[in-house]
Write a protein that binds this ligand. Structure first.
Ligand code: FAD
Length: 470
């Protein structure tokens, strides 16, 4: 009997267990844009741009094998059973999702299918190991990264990736879907116009980026991954987010490359795995602090401060460079995500959820598990968080990780002519130096929105107040 393949966050043909399971049967592939079920966690603006192009690539790849990608907009709870009935499918195959809203939806879809004698079959396709299978010696979920990563390494090598299917067969009466444009994924304003310079959504783009990384940057990853001014990391995060690559493929490619940076890189892949582990076991992760006492934290929400941060006008060059990179490229270097996040939640006392929401809207790799877990880590309220009282000094961070200023000069060009000595602290530059570099502080580029020592002291006071209440 025919099968329905429901694509969600595994937009690829290679190593796709759902597709693999049904490849010998007549099959219809579908993608359903279901913003209503996702509610507050529907794709952000940048992700929608990516999704549009990724679906186009998937549609073409499926067509070249003889299969159709049926596109629909609406409640999956209704659309999936309808499509399955239309082609007479006894089974619907899909990759498992871990977001709380998606889990609830899968339960409802499974129930609706069951009522008609059909089955929803979920496959493990976006993680190395299913989060419910990884347990401590006491049979509990992990809440600390290092023992979690050790446990994953102890499980041994993940299985090798599955091959892509050969020729596929369409069922006799496949209903036609809507054209891709009907999904309305491309934002009306073209703030994304620089994205295509940096990214090629889709499986081919993912594969070539992985190949390039394994052949070149992986060797020096240990040293270069903390230098935002060089291309020292893989840039695979949006591809992984949409499942154009599986972590298994990435894992094995890194192993096969036999490069020096392998161990460090695999550990980073495990941070993603750990974030999913947390999301699965602590479903409040995107909304509420995992350390419950932080629910009383005296945040001071302020729209003006938030806006200055979002626009890259805080007066701290490394932070502003990061926020502008995010806006223009849909991506920000990991080190700078940590520095920019820290300034927001500590010096500016803005709730971490406000930062997470901005990232969600502007990141191409916006991922509910990694974004939520990382923001909780930055804010000091997560499972395995850096303690809140450790406050990054954005000037020293800039001087350390962008020592030659390549990153700041690229993203904050109005400071480009400042000498290295003042690049990360323009407010200390003598007037003569500022004039020589063509910088009018307070006009071309802002003075710091908050002075570091004062911001740090205020953050520590807020934390002390929280502790006193507990
Ligand atoms: P590489 O260094 O090449 O790492 C390879 C892969 O490992 C990444 O693609 C990613 O899948 C995974 N990875 C690496 N570091 C982490 C990490 N700390 N946590 C989880 N996975 C990791 N990552 C996202 O994918 N989506 C997000 O929405 C996201 N939000 C973040 C928010 C904050 C405040 C911070 C501090 C980090 C966030 N990260 C997020 C994690 C990390 O910054 C990105 O995964 C990384 O910068 C992606 O670039 P890359 O692919 O070149 O990374």
């Amino acid at each position: 009997t025919p099968a329905l393949i429901w694509f969600r966050q595994d937009l690829r043909l290679d190593d796709n267990p759902a597709l693999h399971a049904a490849q010998d049967r007549p099959l219809l592939a579908c993608y359903i844009l279901d913003d209503e079920a996702a509610a507050g966690w529907a794709h952000g603006g940048a992700q929608r741009w990516w999704l549009h192009h990724s679906l186009a690539a998937l549609r073409d790849a499926l067509a070249s094998r003889g299969a159709t990608l049926h596109l629909a907009v609406g409640r999956a709870e209704a659309v999936v059973p309808q499509l399955a009935a239309a082609i007479g499918a006894s089974e619907v195959h899909a990759g498992r999702l871990y977001e709380p809203w998606a889990r609830r939806r899968d339960e409802a879809v499974a129930k609706a299918l069951q009522a008609e004698g059909r089955r929803l079959v979920l496959h493990s396709s976006s993680l190395l190991h299913e989060p419910h299978r990884v347990r401590t010696g006491q049979g509990k979920p992990y809440s600390v990264y290092t023992p979690f990563s050790r446990a994953i390494f102890a499980l041994g090598e993940p299985p090798p990736p599955l091959p892509a299917p050969g020729k596929l067969h369409a069922p006799a009466d496949a209903a036609e879907g809507v054209p891709l444009e009907t999904l309305g994924l491309l934002p009306e304003r073209d703030w994304w116009r620089e994205f295509p310079r940096h990214w090629t959504p889709g499986e081919d783009g993912a594969r070539s980026r992985l190949r390039r990384f394994a052949a070149r940057a992986l060797e020096g990853y240990d040293g270069a991954r903390n230098t935002p001014g060089v291309e020292g990391t893989s840039g695979l995060s949006p591809h992984l987010r949409f499942g154009e690559l599986s972590p298994r493929q990435v894992w094995h490619a890194a192993r096969e490359a036999g490069a020096k940076g392998e161990a460090t890189f695999l550990k980073e892949i495990l941070w993603r795995e750990f974030s999913y582990h947390l999301l699965w076991h602590r479903q409040e992760l995107p909304e509420a602090p995992l350390q419950a006492n932080f629910a009383q934290f005296p945040w001071q929400p302020d729209a003006k401060l938030l806006r200055a941060w979002q626009r890259g006008r805080t007066g701290y060059p490394i932070v502003d460079a990061g926020m502008r990179q995010l806006w223009r490229m849909g991506w920000m270097h990991n080190r700078v995500r940590m520095i920019a996040g820290s300034l927001l939640v500590k010096h500016l006392l803005q709730p971490w959820q406000a930062g997470a929401a901005w990232f969600w809207d502007t990141l191409l790799d916006g991922d509910l598990a990694s974004n939520s877990a990382s923001w909780q880590w930055v804010a000091g309220c997560g499972a395995d968080a850096a303690p809140y009282f450790r406050v990054f000094n954005p000037t020293l961070q800039g001087e350390k990780f962008d020592a030659d200023g390549a990153y700041v000069r690229h993203w904050v060009p109005e400071l480009a002519k400042l000498p290295d000595k003042y690049l990360h602290k323009p407010w200390e530059a003598p007037d003569l130096v500022l004039r020589g570099a063509g910088v009018r502080l307070g006009a071309d580029y802002p003075r710091p929105i908050v002075e570091h020592a004062a911001g740090r002291a205020r953050a520590l006071d807020a934390y002390a107040a929280l502790r006193a209440e507990a």
